[in-house]
Ligand binder design. Sequence first.
Ligand SMILES: CC(C)(COP(=O)(O)OP(=O)(O)OC[C@H]1O[C@@H](n2cnc3c(N)ncnc32)[C@H](O)[C@@H]1OP(=O)(O)O)[C@@H](O)C(=O)NCCC(=O)NCCS
Length: 183
Amino acid sequence: MSDVFPERVLPAGPITLRPFGADDAEDNRAACADEVVQRWLPLPRPYTLEASVDWCTKTAHTLRESGDGVHFAIVDPDEGRLLGAIGLKRTDWHELVSEVGYWVAPWARGRGIAALATRVLGRWLLTEQGFERLELKAAVGNIPSRKTAIKAGLHREGTLRNAGRLHTGRIDVVLYSLTPADL
Ligand SMILES: CC(C)(COP(=O)(O)OP(=O)(O)OC[C@H]1O[C@@H](n2cnc3c(N)ncnc32)[C@H](O)[C@@H]1OP(=O)(O)O)[C@@H](O)C(=O)NCCC(=O)NCCS
């Protein structure tokens, strides 16, 4: 098994998952600076255009090349506009386990996009990439993300104490998983 995920475009009906590019930088900056995203993800604060260009053109790609995971822009298939982001991180190539993370831009929320993207990425990981387990960790208080996990078909496994970090400090997280038997 290779220890780097391939660069892919994954079409999924009303959304497409594709690699980040320079054209995403302005929308990515606006979404990552959004108050709700900043509340639940410890992204740089303030989130500058410079940081966004760096993510879209370099970091998202070097993380894939390093074997840590793979990062997709979630876009509208017709207009190509950025709607969100989803990625795999902390990949264990020996145990075949990876962890998903996501956000949806304020202008695209309320349509269940994160659940659909998680379902598509999870299936890709556990079938085409031959992995055994997808994990998702959501802050105990992050109800939209916890609902997203269940809607995407993941199973709740329990609470991990003091296992996460936000701008406000350490937090307990709820662990969810998806395995090939769930598909
Ligand atoms: C989590 C997130 C990606 C979900 O975005 P989305 O796919 O547009 O999700 P939706 O708005 O469709 O909501 C998902 C579910 O949460 C519910 N929900 C949304 N806001 C809610 C709120 N304030 N209180 C309670 N439930 C809420 C929705 O009703 C929906 O539930 P349903 O499936 O029973 O209908 C988005 O809120 C986000 O980007 N949050 C900030 C970043 C983040 O938290 N990332 C995950 C870190 S683990």
